[in-house]
Write a protein that binds this ligand. Structure first.
Ligand code: TYM
Length: 343
């Protein structure tokens, strides 16, 4: 194999982390530490593509780092850092801005959703966002990226950028004596029962930081009481739980809650339905609330403690930043030669 198995993933420090971020991404970071070299990044440069109050950004950056650690990411085994510390992210993103086409960026559904009718008036950074994301991943020549379903299109674009770079600069790459497959074609890791956790109020809407209703999401900083109340109040249809996964079709709220139970208990939806199929919400919701509290409340306690301990968190980020920069500079050194920059 030309590339050793290396995982990279990132989370934006742009508001409260929620259950979707945890089940779709952070929880899945932990076991990958056993099989891969793992790099987990707090993407503060992505966050400022929309306005962030500086003190809020600092607090949110520490909060994401605290969530990684509280969830079981080991900062000795993994590299944990914030993006802005490693200037090569911005440098490679610029090269990729000159590889990617504006048409590719305009097609991104996340850009269209975020820009809405206001697309002339959003930051240029928001349009170029996927180019910086490709730089995050390819700077480390990551072979696999664990994310939720909403990042799929961005990862396809990362593959397109890698392929176009390898192709446009093919002659130069060979001339510099480097592997013709200079950048890997990265695999998305989007799997399991929780790739798209939905709002607790509306099973057709994604659970998101920007939903105005606090009841729509479980925040990773919620205490046991809040977690339990939100689950018990979650919107559901009146029917009992189906006996098999097929029966979840057309029942988005039921599908979502069964998916959350499955992800929290490391089971499949089918296994959850073997246990609860045919039962009513009066049985299932309390069981889900107990499970969620048992799993999430200790983590939120640990997060709260770590967020206060800024010396420890900042030390972890600084150490991670140094280790990340060593890898990033190697790649960037080659990229500069390939592109024709003199140093
Ligand atoms: P962000 O910060 O919006 O979300 C972080 C991670 O959480 C996942 N996620 C969800 N998963 C399941 N259900 C949901 N409702 C849900 N909401 C969010 C996201 O898919 C993501 O995995 N562009 C990225 C950050 C990024 C990145 C990267 C990721 C920057 N560079 C390089 C991977 C590799 C983002 O905005 O994620």
């Amino acid at each position: 194999m030309a590339f050793s198995p290396r995982v990279f993933s990132g989370i934006q420090p742009s508001g409260d982390l929620h259950l979707g971020n945890y089940l779709g991404a952070i929880r899945r970071f932990v076991p990958l530490q056993d099989t891969h070299e793992t790099i987990y990044c707090v993407v503060d440069m992505h966050a400022i593509t929309v306005w962030q109050e500086p003190n809020d950004l600092r607090r949110a950056t520490r909060e994401v780092a605290a969530a990684f650690i509280a969830a079981g990411v080991d900062p000795k085994r993994s590299i944990v850092f914030n993006q802005s510390q490693v200037m090569q992210h911005a440098e490679l993103a610029w090269v990729f801005n000159c590889i990617a086409r504006i048409g590719w960026m305009n097609r991104m559904t996340q850009f269209k959703d975020k820009a809405g009718k206001n697309s002339e008036n959003v930051s240029l950074g928001l349009l170029a966002y996927p180019s910086l994301m490709a730089a995050d991943i390819l700077l480390y020549k990551a072979t696999a990226v664990p994310v939720g379903d909403d990042q799929k299109q961005h990862l396809e674009l990362t593959r397109d950028i890698a392929a176009k770079f390898n192709n446009d600069y093919a002659a130069s790459i060979v001339e510099q004596g480097l592997d013709p497959d200079f950048f890997p074609i990265t695999e998305p890791l989007i799997a399991g029962p929780a790739t798209r956790i939905m709002s607790l109020r509306d099973g057709t809407k994604k659970m998101s930081k920007s939903d105005p209703s606090d009841q729509s999401r479980i925040s990773l900083l919620d205490d046991a009481d809040a977690i339990s109340k939100k689950i018990k109040k979650a919107t559901t249809d009146p029917a009992e739980l189906p006996l098999d996964v097929e029966g979840l079709k057309g029942r988005p709220e039921a599908d979502n809650l069964v998916g959350i139970y499955a992800a929290l208990s490391d089971k499949t939806k089918a296994e959850v339905l073997t246990e609860f199929g045919g039962q009513g919400w009066g049985k299932f919701k309390p069981a889900l609330a107990d499970l969620a509290v048992a799993q999430l409340a200790p983590m939120s306690g640990e997060m709260r403690r770590l967020i206060e301990d800024t010396t420890t968190i900042d030390g972890i980020l600084r150490d991670g930043g140094e280790r990340a920069a060593a890898i990033a500079e190697k790649t960037m050194h080659d990229v500069r030669r390939i592109v024709g920059f003199i140093r």
